[in-house]
Design a binder for this molecule. Structure first.
Ligand code: HEM
Length: 407
């Protein structure tokens, strides 16, 4: 039985490399005492993510170990509440039904049309940073408010409420970050909030926002139930809070620790899309994918996971698997991309297009505006979130008008 090492959240990759050299799947005890099977290599991760006997619905958690957690939390929301009726808690055929109803809201044309607004929000936030005297927390001033503002506008929820969402999202979404009481209180607050937003649309009429679209969507007469609607809206809000922010900040960090690369992108930003794609592999925002449960024995590279167990897929480890990626510890935007940062199979991220768009625009505007941006702390003093789900910083102190980047 393995345990996460003391410096896991700061530096998970050495631990993952050691595990991979010892096999594709390991039994692990998490800090909160929960025991699970951790899948660490690329091929095994892909196999688990599309395996018909690996389920997402916490009610499939019938085994003793899985029950430990299944009754409590599924990685995005707890199992038995009104926010749990979403895609990431569903298996076919319910998942197929929900996915069919929700997918049109993420139509690529709709996402692409957001580009000018994303750029305008970015520029407004960068104006604020330009006015600052002294170091700025780039996470708080840029990487966080940008995707949150976009997701609030897209959903049609008031941006002024974003501080509340941030607290709710952290409390509800990440079982390793909150107490059961905190989770319950936040869940009730979110349910009341979304009930109110939906009621407003029913009385005042629909807009062109995503909640309105989800309210009217139909497929052969089928529609989302009220609880499916608020669960989906909340899932989208959480995804907007917890992921893109870290894609932006993890990428900025990689650039600031390599000034010539930052300078090169300032001179020629055409390399930004390839860099974003490689960053998803190299240090993406999701460390370990959301919880899964085995419903039958699963053979994986010589190991058998019994039925009724909790299964965790370490995407961050699969994305550094030396059997799949040549020189995986190198940040190489020229490599062909086949990372698992957005998952794989039926739960592949619905917001991948939006996340890529936002990260590309955020970085393009930042490097153009601040050619001399630099880190305001030593690399070793950076603070990482203590979450097994999210790989991201707590803050990113920068000096916007730092010394000229060295060539
Ligand atoms: C860089 C940013 C993002 C990353 C790395 C990311 C990653 C992921 C991953 C790994 C999954 C699958 C989880 C699993 O199988 O356990 C997922 C699912 C999902 N993501 Fe994202 N995500 C990002 C941004 C977004 C955004 C911006 C949205 C919405 C606006 C979004 C919406 C969703 C939804 C709805 C699902 C569930 C899909 C399903 O179960 O069918 N994501 N995401």
């Amino acid at each position: 039985m393995r345990e996460l090492p003391a410096d896991f959240f700061r530096a998970p990759y050495a631990f993952y490399q050691e595990l991979r050299s010892d096999g594709p799947v390991h039994q692990i005890r998490l800090r909160n005492g929960v025991r699970a099977w951790l899948v660490v290599d690329y091929d095994a991760a892909k196999a688990v993510l599309r395996h018909p006997d690996i389920h997402k619905d916490p009610h499939s958690a019938t085994g003793a170990r899985a029950r430990q957690v299944g009754a409590g939390a599924s990685g995005v929301t707890s199992a038995n509440n009104r926010l749990s009726h979403h895609l990431l808690n569903a298996d076919p055929p319910r998942h197929s039904r929900l996915r069919k109803l929700v997918t049109p809201a993420f139509a690529p044309a709709r996402m692409d049309a957001l580009a000018p607004r994303v750029a305008a929000i970015a520029d407004e936030l960068l104006d604020g940073i330009a006015d600052a005297t002294g170091p700025v927390d780039l996470l708080d001033a840029y990487a966080f408010p940008l995707p949150i503002t976009v997701i609030c506008e897209l959903l049609g929820v008031p941006v002024e409420d974003r501080a509340r969402f941030r607290a709710w999202s952290a409390a509800v979404a990440d079982m390793s970050m909150s107490t059961p009481e905190g989770m319950r209180a936040a869940t009730n607050a979110v349910v009341n909030y979304f009930d109110g937003l939906v009621a407003l649309r029913r009385t005042n009429g629909l807009g062109d926002d995503l909640i309105s679209q989800l309210l009217t969507v139909t497929d052969d007469g089928d529609r989302l139930s009220h609880d499916e609607l608020i669960s989906t809206a909340f899932l989208i809000l959480v995804a907007g809070h917890e992921t893109t922010v870290n894609l932006i900040s993890n990428t900025v960090l990689a650039l600031l620790t390599d000034p010539p690369r930052y300078r090169a992108l300032h001179d020629d930003p055409t390399g930004i899309p390839a860099l974003v794609e490689e960053m998803l592999r190299y240090n993406g925002p999701v460390n370990i994918a959301t919880l899964r449960y085995s419903t039958a024995p699963i053979a994986l590279g010589g190991t058998e996971i019994p039925a009724g167990e909790l299964v965790l897929v370490a995407l961050a480890s699969a994305n550094r698997d030396e059997r799949h990626f040549a020189d995986p510890t190198a940040l190489d935007p020229d490599r062909a991309s086949s990372h698992l940062a957005f998952g794989h199979g039926i739960h592949f991220c619905l917001g991948a297009g939006l996340a890529r768009l936002e990260a590309r625009i955020a970085l393009t505007r930042l490097v153009a505006r601040f050619p001399r941006l630099r880190l305001a702390v030593e690399d070793d003093d950076l603070r990482w979130r203590e979450s097994i789900l999210i790989r991201g910083l707590l803050d990113l102190p920068v000096d916007p008008a730092g010394a000229p980047a060295m060539r």
